[in-house]
Design a binder for this molecule. Structure first.
Ligand SMILES: O=C(COP(=O)(O)O)[C@@H](O)CO
Length: 233
């Protein structure tokens, strides 16, 4: 919940300069989508939203459907972010319904999963993430998964390289078991306090297919520095 219409043109012009080896996707609040769509037209930067409704249309005051997001220029939608799960009581079943709606409307869902600090401390991190994914991803899932430890979001703290590697390997195993061969093609992003100083290290870890960047993305120059840290190829 950051950003103003007046800032879009400058921000979009800056991120158009992203290095060509990095695939960039910007997911602004709903109110900025259309403006970003125009400002990024003709660039390689993709556009996404931060949530969608589970149903296609109707009397759902305050909700925004996946088809509406498509019309506003979005190709992707983030679903099941921990802030949605926590602040709006979203369950795995709610997330799964939104994923179905997104896929039906032609959007690529980015489904978030991650453990709290208490769950990690009690040794349950992998079990929690495994359960979130199994119950949030429908069997026809095609899209992206983001591992975001809740305790790393906005805190400046990140898991160790070993913990990220272990969790991403566990997620890949879940995807293969749950989705079959299709699970091999699902990109797994890491999110939580990604910044210019740690991006290259995180992005080089096995099974880390990209980053979901929050705070550091608010400054275009920091986002560009993170993109520069993406491995080539
Ligand atoms: O998921 C997010 C990551 O935030 P960081 O600031 O990069 O930790 C973000 O979208 C939370 O609002």
């Amino acid at each position: 919940m950051h950003g103003k219409l007046a800032d879009v043109a400058g921000y979009a012009a800056a991120i158009r300069q992203a290095p060509p080896h990095a695939d960039l996707l910007v997911c602004p609040p709903f109110t900025l989508l259309d403006r970003f769509g125009s400002a990024l037209a003709g660039s390689a930067v993709a556009l996404g939203a931060q949530d969608c409704a589970p149903c296609p249309q109707g009397a759902h005051t305050g909700d925004v459907s996946a088809a509406m997001l498509r019309e506003a220029g979005a190709q992707y939608v983030i679903l099941g972010h921990s802030e949605r799960r926590e602040n709006h009581g979203e369950t795995n079943a709610d997330v799964a319904a939104k994923v179905e709606a997104a896929i039906a409307a032609g959007l690529t869902p980015i489904v978030c999963a991650g453990e709290t600090e208490a769950q990690r401390d009690s040794g349950d991190a992998e079990a929690v993430v495994r359960s979130q994914l199994i119950h949030s991803l429908p069997q026809n899932f095609s899209g992206v998964v983001a591992y975001e430890p809740v305790w790393a979001i906005g805190t400046g703290r990140t898991p160790t390289e070993g913990d990220v590697t272990a969790m991403h390997a566990a997620i890949r195993a879940v995807l293969l078991r749950h989705l079959g061969e299709a699970g091999a093609g699902v990109k797994i992003l890491y999110g939580g306090s990604v910044k210019p100083s740690n991006a290259a290290t995180l992005l080089a870890l096995p099974e880390v297919g990209g980053a979901l960047v929050g705070g550091a993305s608010l400054r275009a120059e920091d986002l560009l520095a993170i993109a520069a840290g993406a491995p080539c190829g």
